[in-house]
Design a protein around this ligand. Structure first.
Ligand code: FAD
Length: 473
């Protein structure tokens, strides 16, 4: 078993900022990520040895490089564990990790979970066809593998991330034929006064709109993709105008494409957080179930803090600020930072975090997951991709009494595949809520158990692991 002072899971903007702040405060930091390099999603680095397209830089790249360089300059002082997946949490603060060398249990005095988010896709007919992927998936192909996802690309869903990906793929030589945005232009205009609270981020948004205009990529506000068709792989996408709830309302047209990148925002990645048994709450606008955090980002579980999108989706700048707050607070708890130094450093950060709220809430409102998207799926549309459960099978299960995840799992096998419900539960819980006339919060969350990511059977059969995990559970 490894004993450590501060373990940070996730090396995105939140995890990097936490590691920098805690290391500068004099703490011994262990930083873990399943990726091969630091950066997380937004500042993902391509493997140096890989040949392929050169990846264009965007407005965030310079900032990301500075953050990465700063962390690199501290690498001698930080224990960096790349390609290491944390697949379980056991009380108190025992992390089960799979490294290249095999499994390990790391016990930490303080833990910061900076695990980021998943993309959300509302199911629609044809969403499982080859050629349909998320915008983040297309972005990772370009940033991580230096290839384009296809030849004729349509980007759809909701959120400013669509513009980022459209501009990136275009700059890399991709043929982006359009962007389909569910929010209506007037939704954005309504919230313009709140958006003006952060002129820097607003200008960044404007930059992407200008990039699209310059490239003559049409942006269809108030539209939604209703189906994807093709023999064996994607050939055609149908789009329609939609109402304020995101429900298709006519004016259908088709676009011939071989790639559709579709995503309706992000869902916080909270499996490890849930396993700490800290208090969780449902916040629709922040992406769903999130830990209840105090101002210093502490959860109700002792020594566990959550920073970045995993504590509520709010973008890279907020993630970075939160990471610094969590890092300093962990150092203070370890006794590495005096009360005076802690207060001095934390006050400007918490002030900036408070200021970022107005902008963040406006974006959340403009690009929220709309209830009408649930009606895109037809009775035979697959909802649970792992177990291939259709909407009709799922609704029959609900009818049969499956109004909570445990019962529905038993009746239908929904959520029992490799993703353990990460992909389908946000949709299914909304569907149950709608049918039962309840709120999504009342339907409850998935119960998470280790392993949260695939591990070798030999890890589980290892005698010392069995002894340690049963002792702590
Ligand atoms: C696919 C995707 C692409 C995105 N691209 C952009 C973009 O281009 N521009 C933009 O503004 N926003 C983007 N976002 C949103 C953006 O990533 C966030 O708002 C912000 O970067 C969040 O930072 P973070 O540090 O909280 O999380 P992330 O940057 O997501 O970092 C989380 C890190 O935790 C690691 N991790 C998670 N769980 C484990 C585990 N169990 N074991 C080990 N490691 C783990 C992940 O590998 C990841 O590196 C993207 C989000 C996603 C999901």
């Amino acid at each position: 078993m490894m004993q450590r002072d501060l373990v940070i899971v996730g090396a995105g903007p939140a995890g990097m900022a936490a590691a920098i702040a805690a290391c500068r405060a004099g703490s011994k930091v262990t930083l873990i990520d399943e990726n091969h390099a630091i950066g997380g999603q937004i500042y993902r680095q391509s493997p140096a040895a890989l040949s392929g397209l050169s990846v264009p830089t965007d407005t965030n790249a310079a900032h990301g490089k500075r953050l990465i360089d700063e962390l690199e300059s501290l690498k001698e002082q930080i224990e960096w564990l790349p390609q290491t997946s944390v697949w379980g949490y056991f009380p108190d603060r025992k992390l089960a990790v799979r490294m290249r060398e095999g499994w390990q249990i790391i016990t930490a005095q303080q833990v910061i979970l900076a695990t980021g988010a998943y993309e959300y896709v509302a199911p629609f007919p044809g969403w499982t066809l080859p050629g349909v992927m998320t915008p983040g998936g297309a972005q990772s192909m370009l940033k991580g593998m230096k290839v384009l996802p296809g030849n004729r690309i349509l980007i759809a869903g909701s959120g400013p991330f669509l513009l980022v990906v459209a501009a990136l793929l275009h700059a890399a030589g991709g043929n982006v034929v359009g962007v389909v945005e569910t929010a209506r232009r007037r939704d954005a205009l309504t919230h313009l006064p709140a958006l003006l609270s952060n002129p820097k981020l607003l200008l960044q948004g404007r930059y992407y709109f200008k990039q699209l205009r310059k490239a003559r990529i049409p942006l269809h506000w108030g539209h939604v993709v209703t189906r994807a068709d093709g023999a064996g792989s994607l050939e055609r996408v149908t789009i329609s105008a939609c109402d304020s709830a995101g429900k298709p309302c006519g004016n259908f047209s088709t676009v011939d494409v071989d790639t559709l990148c579709v995503g309706y925002g992000f869902i916080p990645r909270t499996e490890l957080t849930q396993m700490t048994r800290c208090e969780m709450e449902y916040q629709e606008l922040l992406g769903g179930w999130i830990p209840r955090l105090d101002q210093r980002l502490s959860t109700s579980a002792s020594g566990i803090r959550v920073a970045g999108d995993g504590g509520g989706v709010a973008g890279a700048m907020v993630a970075e600020l939160e990471g610094a707050v969590a890092g300093l607070t962990a150092s203070h708890a370890l006794g590495d930072l005096t009360d005076k130094a802690y207060k001095q450093q934390i006050t400007p950060l918490t002030r900036r975090l408070r200021k970022s709220q107005t902008f963040r809430m406006a974006l959340d409102r403009i690009y929220q997951i709309r209830p009408g998207l649930l009606d895109l799926a037809c009775p035979d549309t697959t909802i649970c991709r792992c177990e291939e459960i259709s909407r009709k099978e799922m609704e029959d299960g609900i009818q049969f009494g499956g109004t909570n995840i445990s019962t529905l799992k038993v009746i239908t096998r929904i959520g029992m595949g490799p993703c353990q419900g990460k992909m389908c539960w946000p949709t299914v819980s909304r569907m149950i809520a709608k049918k039962e006339g309840k709120s999504v919060a009342e339907i409850g969350n998935l119960r998470v158990r280790p392993p949260i990511s695939p591990i070798n059977m030999s890890d589980l059969l290892n005698e010392s692991f069995i002894a340690e995990s049963s002792e702590s559970s």
